[in-house]
Design a protein around this ligand. Structure first.
Ligand SMILES: C=C(O[C@@H]1C=C(C(=O)O)C=C[C@H]1O)C(=O)O
Length: 366
């Protein structure tokens, strides 16, 4: 079966990762999959130059460049057993990508080059087409983006994922990442070896979530939002319908963790799924429980605050009328449970909060 095996038009499989609506939101560059961007300091996908980490740009002859690409992608493959996405810097990288990668990522400069898009599509791998600002500073339009997908499909490759990068540019500093950035758990030491000071554009991607939605609605294909190294827009992207988030290969561990948390919590609220298997259904319940735990913790903190604000707090100051009204309000949002089933649940929640508050008060009094 080809690596680009297609489930249906909505979902795309990359290795054992499935991306699409109704499925869990994936984090690429985080735990779900890795993304290797091959060295590039050129201004177009045809340009070819090699920038060894920390060194000045050096032009490399094509055959040497091919060897370096083969080594970089081969090493990345050896270090990471999960889905590996590789972004070529030129058509010369494609054979190595085909040999080792599970998907090919096309940077914004490729979207306007039908010949290159078609060459990438012919690898038979899933193709991730990025929209954004190319190295010349020109933004790919929605029409150009969709046209790139059509070129891909014209080659018989329907395993297409759109990736919205918005204002993100492709700064040279971000392009000499070594495969060490693909280590499963980056340590501060490996992060230190990551590219030096990068322009802000590398740190803060500005995906246009409206264009991302438009691509999703017009094509029915999955969409990703590229966040750069900043977790700030992760929740917004999930709420806007992103099927996955793409983190820069050099995103720090804290950003990866923050994105994972935002995806779990937001998706539980805004992305209801229809799981088909026991494992999928339990995965979905785990995400809902994660969101519930965060809300229960916040609720307990608020309840404790209220006990300190009331003239008589704790169990002695219990207000049963207030409790009855809040259960009735919740039952409107949880009709399956209704007042009869929600009342004992909320009674347990409220009493747990009051117990925690009284214990805390007793500790504080010493
Ligand atoms: C938090 C309060 O104190 C108690 C706890 C409640 C709760 O946890 O929701 C509700 C009413 C009171 O019995 C409050 O009075 O609002």
């Amino acid at each position: 079966m080809s690596k680009a095996a297609q489930l249906d038009r909505d979902a795309v499989r990359i290795g054992d990762l499935v991306i699409g609506p109704g499925l869990p939101v994936v984090v690429i560059g985080g735990e779900d999959a890795r993304w290797l961007r091959l060295p590039s300091a050129g201004y177009s996908p045809e340009a070819r130059s090699i920038r060894p980490a920390g060194k000045a740009v050096a032009e490399a002859p094509a055959e040497m460049a091919g060897e370096m690409t083969e080594r970089a992608v081969g090493e990345a493959r050896a270090r990471w057993a999960g889905p590996l996405l590789v972004e070529p810097s030129s058509a010369a990288d494609l054979p190595a990508v085909a040999r080792h990668a599970d998907a090919v990522v096309l940077g914004p400069a490729w979207a306007r080059e039908p010949g290159l898009v078609r060459a990438a599509a012919r690898l038979g791998l899933p193709v991730i087409i990025q929209r954004g600002v190319d190295q010349r500073g020109r933004a790919v339009t929605l029409e150009e983006w969709l046209a790139a997908a059509d070129h891909c499909a014209a080659e018989g490759n329907e395993a297409i994922v759109f990736c919205e990068g918005g204002g993100r540019t492709e700064p040279a500093a971000a392009s000499h990442l070594s495969p060490s950035d693909l280590a499963p758990t980056p340590t501060p030491a490996t992060l230190d070896r990551a590219p030096g000071p990068a322009p802000d554009a590398a740190l803060h991607s500005a995906p246009d979530l409206a264009i991302m939605r438009a691509a999703r609605e017009r094509t029915g294909r999955p969409v990703l939002a590229a966040l750069g190294r900043d977790a700030g827009l992760a929740g917004a992207a999930v709420a806007a319908g992103a099927d996955g988030l793409l983190l820069d290969p050099a995103a720090p561990l804290e950003a990866r963790e923050a994105v994972g948390e935002a995806v779990t919590l937001l998706a539980a609220l805004v992305r209801p799924q229809s799981p088909r298997t026991l494992t999928e259904a339990r995965g979905e319940i785990d995400r809902v429980d994660a969101a519930l735990a965060v809300l229960l913790e916040r609720r307990a903190l608020l309840a404790a605050r209220i006990q300190r604000l009331k003239p008589v707090g704790g169990f002695r100051g219990r207000d049963m009328e207030r409790e009855r009204r809040l259960v009735a309000g919740m039952a409107r949002r949880a009709p399956r449970l209704g007042v009869r089933r929600l009342a004992p649940i909320m009674n347990a929640v409220i009493e747990a909060g009051l117990h925690a508050a009284e214990e805390e008060r007793d500790r504080d009094r010493g």
